[in-house]
Design a protein around this ligand. Sequence first.
Ligand SMILES: [Zn+2]
Length: 447
Amino acid sequence: MNKNVNSQYHRCEYRHNNFLLHEHSNLKEFKHDGSNQCWMRETKKIEDKYFCAFHMPENHEDEECQKLQSLTLRELIEEWNADKEINVFLMFGMRCGEIDFNGITFKSDAYFNESTFTGDTIFNKTIFSGSIHFGKSTFLRNPQFNKASFANNAFFDNVKFIEGASFGEATFYNNAIFFNAKFSQLTYFAESIFRKDAMFSGAKFNGYAFFYRCLFKKICAFESVAFNDVTNFNRTEIYIGPDMGRCSFKKAPSFHDVSMSQSVIFREARFSDVISEDAAANYRTLKVAMNKASNKIQEGVFYGLEQASLRNQPEAKFSFKLFSRLYEKSSNYGQSLTKPIRYFVSINTLFFFIYCCIKFPMTRIYEYVNSGLPNFGDNLSLVVSFIFSNIPSVFKIGSSTLVKDTFGDLSSFQQLLVSILALSQSLISITLITLFILAIRRIFKLN
Ligand SMILES: [Zn+2]
């Protein structure tokens, strides 16, 4: 475009704060005298200064200006493409209405950093031969990049997509950088191909995140991403990762028929959905994937989420809900070694106090106050050995000799009460020991 620059054209006065000229070797060839001012045929004089249609002060934008934008930008790109010298296309901080780049080719690097796209923005089947830079830009309408191909790095870092974004069947031949991008409404990446690294860390998806049947050939980084709606990665192929560490998922993410690498990471990810209809199935899929990757801890996390989701389904039976809840509380679905032990100790301590109350009835409290507990040490050791002998002898509970040896003569009601208590103590203790052993097995088993 600069080749045809003629002195009769006015220079646009817009200056961009973060002009990158010195940082980018390609840009040295840029002919605009090392400044970031753009040359335009059509400029408007505003208070002694000239501005192009893309950099007009906001209160001076009018219909005429918007018409100029859509016509001129395509024209400028075509002119730039025709220029034999390879320069970069610079349009920092522009404000642009409707544009249609359907099928157009960008011959080299193009910079649209910190721009605002206010109208329909169409890049369908566009070929970006150089790197493309949209860093910190805002798209007010759903931009379309369907079937676009990005031959070099594509920078969409910190971009705000206010009304969704479409990248269906797009191909990223180099790195796709979407760090801290904010996606609202539907984000459509179905059947996109990422041949190099896909970097989405820190991004926010406030609408449906649709990554159906994508192909991630290199690093697939989604660290600390907030998925605030449905997340669909079904039938996606991922060669490295995905790294979903510290992500938050408002709805159970769907990863059905995904081929993931062994390096898949969900460390410290937060899942807040255990009620939606497909939550259990979604967690089950992830559980199986973690099992394949031999990631025991994460497998356990997804197993727990699956169980909690099943419990919340309307058709879940009461007994299932009860035992599921008990299993969660007592050992966190077999994930916790310390929980069963803690419960074992505290429950048996409780029974010890109950047995003591039977051994030393409160009705004789005056007697104890006056002359102390009778044979305190001996009686205490009797109760303790009663506790221990109960634990393994669930089928011998209530054997009258054992009860008699410990508590002396009891009324038949008291004898029945002690038998029931002993049975409960034994059953609970055996269950907790079993849960402890199962947790050891689950956590340390080889495969
Ligand atoms: Zn300008």
